[in-house]
Design a protein around this ligand. Structure first.
Ligand code: NAD
Length: 480
C-alpha cells in the first residue's frame, strides 16, 4: 500500500509536506508513515478537484451514470470487506469481528448504496408558470468543489457519509481524514477508477489540523463539511466566513437517557451499556448522562453496573471482544481527568474508573459508572469520549426534560418509558437532532443524522444530506 497523497487519480509525493507516523492504539506500535500535507499539497488537490468540476467529467454525467458508479464503488468495498475491516481496526483499535467487520463496514456499504439511489432523486427540480407569459425552472445543481474533513472515531464511515451525498449531487471533493486514521480512506481512494469515478473527482490529502485549515481557507473551495469537535467547528466556521463558504458541521454530543419508573430496567441497562461502550464510548451519540426517576434509581444503578461489568474488553482481534482501547494516551489521560475531578467533587465511582487489570499495553479503559453527580459537574456538561456514564436522579417529567436539555450540545437523546404519550411529549420538548424511544443509538441510511445547538447543523445520511451539497438555480423563460 502506497501512502502518498491521492491527487488527480494518482499517488503524488508531497510538495511541501512532511511525514507523520500512524500508531496502532492496541499495541502502541507504529504501523505506517503518511504525508502531513502542506499548503502546496492542499492547493494541488483543490486545483485537481476544480478542473474536474468545471470540465463536467462528473457534474455533467447523468444521475443514472453517477448512481451506477456509486453502486460499483460499494461493490468494490464489499469485495474487500475483510481487508478494509482489518486496517480500520489496526489504526483505531476497534474490535475487528463485532465492530469493524460486523457493523461499521456493512453499514457504510449500505450508506453508499443509499446515496447511489438518491443520486437519481429528482425532488426539487421542477418547472411551472408562476407569472403570466413565463415559465420558471428550478435546477438543483452541485455546489462545486467541496472540502471534507473527517474525525478519527469512524474513519471510513465518516468518509463515506461525506463522499456519498457529495458525489451523488455531482460535486468534486478534497477529503482530509483525521491525522491518526487515514489508512482506509486512502484504500478507498484507490478504488475510484475501478468504480468509474474519473480522476480528480475525489482527492485525498492526509495531514493534521493545518492541512484542514488550508482547505477551509482555500478560495476555490465552495463548501466545507466537517465532522469533528465543537471547538474545531467554531474555528472552521470563522475561517470559512472569510470566503463565505457554505459550512456543514457535525460536531460533538452529550446524549442523555431519561429513564422513567415504568421502564424495562434490564433492557435499559443493556442498551445504555451498548450506547456507552460501543467504539469505547468515542461516539458523538454515545449514551453519557443517565437520568433516573428517583423510585428506580437504586435498581438502575445495580442493573447498569452489572451490564457494564459484563462487557468483554481486550485485543481488537480476539473474536468475542466487544470493546477495544481508546484512541491514544492523550485521550486516556483526558478520560481519567474527568473521573478524578468528579471523584474529588463528591461523585461515587460504582465500577471502572481506570485501566483494566491485565492489559498493560494499549490505551484501555474500563467501562465506568459514576453516580451522584450534579448537573454542573464538568463530567456532565462536557464530552468525555470514553466508556463512561453518569447517573443522576430526577423527580418528574419537567425536571427530566430540563436536565436533558441543559447542556450546550443537541445531537441525540433517548427516553425509556412504557407510556407512549409521555414519550411523545418528551420527544417534542428535547432539543436534539435525534430522539430514540426505548433504545439508544441505531441509525439507518434513510433517516437524517445531525445536531441542534452547538452540535452543529446540516444533516448526514438521508436525502436531506444530498440536498446540503446542492444549490438551487432559478431559470426563467419568457414566452416571446
Ligand atoms: P477534531 O475536531 O479534533 O478533528 C476533526 C478533524 O478536523 C480532523 O481531521 C482535524 O485534523 C481537523 N481540524 C482540526 N482543527 C482544524 C482547523 N482549525 N481547521 C480545519 N480542520 C481542522 O475532532 P476529533 O477528535 O477527530 O473527533 C472527535 C469529535 O468529533 C468529537 O467531538 C465527536 O463528537 C465529533 N464527532 C461528531 C459526529 C457527528 O456526527 N456529529 C460524528 C463523529 C464524531
Amino acid at each position: 500500500m502506497d501512502y502518498r497523497l491521492w491527487i488527480d487519480g494518482q499517488w503524488q509525493a508531497a510538495r511541501d509536506g512532511a511525514m507523520m507516523a500512524i500508531e496502532n492504539p492496541a499495541t502502541q506500535e507504529v504501523i505506517a508513515q503518511v504525508v502531513d500535507a502542506g499548503r502546496a499539497d492542499v492547493d494541488a488537490a483543490v486545483q485537481a478537484a476544480k478542473t474536474a468540476f468545471y470540465d463536467g467529467r462528473w457534474s455533467r454525467k447523468t444521475p443514472g451514470e453517477r448512481s451506477l458508479a456509486l453502486f460499483r464503488l460499494a461493490d468494490r468495498i464489499e469485495a474487500r470487506i475483510e481487508e478494509f475491516a482489518r486496517v480500520e481496526s489496526l489504526h483505531t483499535g476497534k474490535p475487528y469481528a463485532s465492530t469493524s467487520l460486523g457493523a461499521d463496514l456493512p453499514m457504510l456499504i449500505d450508506n453508499l448504496r443509499f446515496f447511489a439511489t438518491a443520486a437519481r432523486d429528482t425532488h426539487g427540480s421542477h418547472a411551472g408558470e408562476f407569472m403570466a407569459g413565463y415559465t420558471s425552472m428550478y435546477r438543483r445543481e452541485p455546489v462545486g468543489v467541496v472540502g471534507q474533513i473527517a474525525p478519527w472515531n469512524y474513519p471510513l464511515m465518516m468518509a463515506v457519509w461525506k463522499l456519498g451525498p457529495a458525489l451523488a449531487a455531482g460535486c468534486t471533493v478534497v477529503l482530509k481524514p483525521a491525522p491518526g486514521t487515514p489508512l482506509t480512506t486512502l484504500m478507498l481512494a484507490e478504488l475510484m477508477a475501478e468504480a468509474g469515478i474519473p480522476a480528480g473527482v475525489v482527492n485525498v490529502i492526509t495531514g493534521g489540523n493545518d492541512a484542514g485549515q488550508a482547505l477551509v481557507e482555500h478560495p476555490d473551495v465552495r463548501m466545507i463539511s466537517l465532522t469533528g469537535s465543537t471547538q474545531t467547528g467554531k474555528k472552521v466556521m470563522a475561517a470559512a466566513a472569510q470566503t463565505l463558504k457554505r459550512v456543514h458541521l457535525e460536531l460533538g454530543g452529550k446524549a442523555p437517557i431519561l429513564v422513567f419508573d415504568d421502564a424495562d430496567i434490564e433492557a435499559l441497562a443493556s442498551k445504555a451499556t451498548v450506547g456507552a461502550t460501543y467504539n469505547t464510548g468515542q461516539d458523538c451519540t454515545a449514551a453519557t448522562r443517565v437520568y433516573v426517576q428517583r423510585g428506580v434509581y437504586e435498581a438502575v444503578q445495580e442493573a447498569l453496573v452489572a451490564a457494564m461489568e459484563g462487557v468483554k474488553v481486550g485485543d481488537p482481534f480476539t473474536d468475542d471482544v466487544e470493546m477495544g482501547p481508546l484512541i491514544s494516551q492523550t485521550q486516556r489521560e483526558r478520560v481519567a481527568g474527568f473521573i478524578a475531578r468528579a471523584r474529588s467533587a463528591g461523585a461515587r465511582i460504582l465500577t471502572g474508573g481506570g485501566a483494566p487489570a491485565g492489559l498493560e499495553k494499549g490505551y484501555y479503559f474500563s467501562p465506568t459508572v459514576v453516580a451522584d453527580v450534579e448537573q454542573q459537574f464538568d463530567i456532565v456538561q462536557n464530552e468525555v469520549f470514553g466508556p463512561v456514564v453518569t447517573l443522576m436522579p430526577f423527580d418528574d417529567e419537567e425536571q427530566a426534560i430540563h436536565y436533558g436539555n441543559d447542556v450546550l450540545y443537541g445531537l441525540a437523546a433517548s427516553v425509556f418509558t412504557k407510556d407512549i404519550g409521555r414519550a411523545m411529549r418528551i420527544a417534542s420538548e428535547l432539543e436534539f437532532g435525534t430522539v430514540w424511544i426505548n433504545d439508544h443509538m441505531p441509525l439507518n441510511s434513510e433517516t437524517p443524522h445531525g445536531g441542534f445547538k452547538q452540535s452543529g447543523f446540516g444533516k448526514d445520511l438521508s436525502a436531506e444530506a444530498m440536498g446540503d451539497y446542492q444549490v438551487t438555480k432559478h431559470v426563467m423563460i419568457a414566452h416571446t
